[in-house]
Design a protein. Structure first.
Length: 54
């Protein structure tokens, strides 16, 4: 089974935020991961895969 990466976790973070919203540490990690992913996608916006998520 392939390893799950942060990309998968961030894509599912809406549900994860609902589950872990009481744990501020986990919520902060999810928010930081989302910000990093947003920046990565923006930097690679010419890439077809990145464009699908913008």
């Amino acid at each position: 089974m392939p390893k799950r990466g942060i990309f998968n976790d961030v894509l599912e973070s809406g549900a994860a935020r609902l589950i872990f919203q009481k744990d501020e540490g986990i919520l902060m990690v999810l928010i930081e991961a989302q910000l990093e992913l947003d920046a990565l996608l923006e930097a690679n916006k010419d890439d077809d895969l990145a464009r699908m998520y913008l």
